[in-house]
Design a protein around this ligand. Sequence first.
Ligand code: SF4
Length: 335
Amino acid sequence: MKFSQQVVAWYHQHGRKELPWQKNTGVDKPYHVWLSEIMLQQTQVVKVVEYFERFIKALPTLEDLANADEQQVLALWSGLGYYNRARNLHKTAKLCQQNYQGQLPNNLQQLIDLPGIGRSTAAAIMSLAYDQAEPIMDGNVKRVFSRHFLVAGEPNKSSTLKQLWQLAEKHRALQEPAAYTQGLMDLGATVCTKYQPKCNQCPLVLSCEAKIKDVIEHYPEKKKKVKQTEVDLYALLSVDADRVGLVQRDEKSIWPHLWFLPLFKDEKSLTKNHMDARPYFSLTHKLTHRILQIHVFTLSQPIKSSTVEMITRSKLINRPHPKALIHILNQHDNH
Ligand code: SF4
């Protein structure tokens, strides 16, 4: 049996068929598939399910997303991180409304030309929503291909990626492309896992070169560690009963457009502006390339400033904010 046929047969028996974005079979299916693909880029399925359902409940159609306010879109994204993904979703929905009668185009290149849609996401939309034979190459698929075909080199290196795409093209499924794409993703997520792959449950076990040569742990090649830089931030926490003082971050700052405590570059500038501020606690918050040391200062009286808005904590859902804010508020609650 061909590689793709084995994956499709396995999918019909063991693949995931109950994910919320798989249930829609109507005109909004491409929108649901696209949203799930963007959410899944950096986030585990369990968490994505929760965010996806909340997002779709608020903005059930592509048209609703196009007409939404950016702050609402960012608020629905709050906690998922990588907020440019949400901004690009919004931009793309507007472009679809202007150029494609409010639908995602049924064309690979037109999809790739839209903001935030790369080749693999475009191919996932083409195969899962429009049932076209377009190969994908996400993290799970890279792992399965690297091991099965013994592809050397770090998978995101351009030469390795080129080789992986060539293999994906060669092994594309002309029959049941949607089942093949979903099957490959599920196989990578549930069987050919990063650690301790379950080769005894894998439909590809007899042809997998890494398994045959007993070198699975060397494939795919590990990413060289990115050096993270440490950044100190000085934040002013002003709490009044169940309200907290927040400012909306500007375009060029860390967390653009999100709501956070007023930040200062050092202790001196914070205390110069707020003489009664005193050190409260410090915490570490990790981002992809940066480790933030956030030094939180507090005031004895609620802040009086025209730039700071006192926001009720139960209404934070409407104000897009980074996860670091929740960490700080939790630490304050436990203090
Ligand atoms: S046999 Fe093992 S290593 Fe090879 S593709 Fe299957 S799960 Fe992955």
